[in-house]
Design a protein around this ligand. Sequence first.
Ligand code: ADP
Ligand code: TRP
Length: 320
Amino acid sequence: MRVLTGIQSSGTLHIGNYFGAIKPMLELQEKSDLFIFIANYHALTSLKDAEAMKKNTLDAAITFLSLGIDPNKTTFWAQSHVKEVLELYWILSSFTPIGLLERAHSYKDKVAKGINANHALFSYPVLMAADILLYDAEVVPVGKDQIQHVEITRDIAVKFNNEHGNIFTLPEFKVDDNVATVPGVDGAKMSKSYGNTIDLFTTEKQLKKQVGKIVSDSTPVEEPKEYENCNIYTLSKLFLNEDELANLRDRYTKGGEGHGHFKMYLKEQIWDHFEEAREKKAYYDTHHDEVLEILDAGANKAQAIASEKMKIIRDAVGIL
Ligand code: ADP
Ligand code: TRP
């Protein structure tokens, strides 16, 4: 089963991103033909600073490699390294009714927010369709906000196929409903826009500070404590096994320890959990050449598929 997704480098990742988006990818990598690329052409629709563009692309690659994306199992590359995607983008544009793009929520929301829209932002879903259709992806894991873009991809593919035969595989979107929403330090959904995050790659001091901000009730130290609705406990569940959890529940119900102790324990768990990833990141941060080589090798694999597919597509539409 070919599963494909694009990632936009969006700066500092938090543990909500890890459990909600990255960990499911690590599981998929074990059981599917996984394709992941860094959507740097898409990033250009909103980012105009060249240094920041380069840095974000590298950072995204480093983050995913450090967290366990394995280039021996997953085809992993930067979108801009396979130019065929731009050719297909143009061809698909000729099969994309304007109305289809005008209905895109993501575009409409951005315009409503007062963003000065450019053409690339408008045609963003067509490039996304090219990303997906070029590789005959069957399943596309996305966040809820991207579902409509996969539906647009299907619409474009159907239009093309009606004209030229069964050239494109119709992709299904996959939204992971099983993944629980990770709460932030204030108990609301952890999100970078709410400033309530616990970050993945941070210093131990900063981690301690972020965990310290978790809101908890003010039961006195000696009294037994509720763990059911305790944010510290909910977050601890992400890192502990059954025995460790039972042990932690005991500590809550016995009394004699304050929430500060449970926070210290959680902080240790988080710090240890990402130790290997931190080490890998420190390595890649100082070995950019190796990162670029990995992306290049991934691009070669992707391109072998893309160039074969483009021959079929060009032939179908009569491009010499
Ligand atoms: P943010 O809300 O911090 O801006 P994004 O919207 O960039 O996060 O989300 C990137 C990915 O991480 C998406 O797949 C999203 O579903 C997942 N994600 C983000 N926050 C959480 C959370 N609190 N719990 C679970 N998954 C999350
Ligand atoms: N638009 C997606 C996002 O913002 C990223 C993306 C680009 C993508 N091309 C894709 C996702 C193709 C899935 C398939 O998250």
